[in-house]
Design a protein around this ligand. Structure first.
Ligand code: MN
Length: 232
């Protein structure tokens, strides 16, 4: 097994009532696990590809052999997106970001409430399955966007800071067709300290003209967070 399913950073019931334990169990143990398994299957006969982090793979899909490119896009994207999604949430989450991220959000969107409305619009407008994101563009400027399926903003040169999964598997047991209610409730579990640390990496650590450099730093940060979890 080249790529591994990380443990959830909290109990499956920890995000209740926003996200119920059954949804978390299926989402992590079945859906995320399937992306990891299928990514491993796709790269089985490609030792050079296996050496790269999942984030590096999707940052530059052109460097992935064509015959496995779609599988890596879907399953590598799924692995990366979910790995970050779990870390972007916490039972102690909610509120609004402070510091440089809070300032940047106010500057770009007018207010935190305006930002929330803009992200919700992206999430509601995404037809079918996908994600909505807060990203930094190549100038470090914040913006909201959405992606289809398991695509990630890095595939179009943007740096993802916070993403919300709007596949039905993420909310259907608790909210059925009410995607808007799920989004409204989700703000209560967003871990702004983690999102801020990702933003600070963009501000000070990574060259925005070099997404590969950012990818290796960001993925180290993700792995560091997982190691802390499994070590505790
Ligand atoms: Mn999902």
């Amino acid at each position: 097994m080249t790529y591994k399913l990380p443990d959830l950073p909290y109990d499956k019931s920890a995000l209740e009532p926003v996200i119920d334990a059954h949804t978390m169990a299926l989402h992590h143990d079945k859906h995320h696990a399937a992306y990891v398994n299928n990514l491993n299957k796709a790269v089985e006969n490609y030792p050079d590809v296996q050496e790269r982090s999942p984030l590096s793979l999707i940052v530059n899909l052109d460097n992935v052999p064509e015959e496995i490119r779609t599988a890596v896009r879907n399953n590598g994207g799924g692995h990366v997106n979910h790995s970050m999604f779990w870390l972007c949430m916490s039972p102690n989450g909610g509120g609004a970001p402070s510091g440089s991220l809070g300032d940047a959000i106010d500057k770009q969107f007018g207010s935190f409430q305006d930002f929330q409305a803009a992200l919700k619009n992206e999430a509601m407008d995404r037809f079918g399955s996908g994600w909505a994101w807060l990203c930094a563009d190549s100038d470090g400027k914040l913006q909201v966007t959405s992606t289809a399926n398991q695509d990630n903003p890095v595939m179009t040169g943007q740096i993802p800071l916070l993403g919300i999964d709007v596949w039905e598997h993420a909310y259907y047991l608790g909210y059925q067709n009410r995607r808007g209610d799920y989004i409204d409730a989700w703000w209560d579990v967003v871990d702004w300290s983690y999102v801020s640390s990702s933003y600070n990496l963009v501000r000070v650590g990574a060259k925005l003209d070099d997404l590969g450099d950012w990818a290796s730093k960001q993925w180290s940060k993700v792995e560091e967070a997982w190691n802390k979890i499994s070590g505790s």
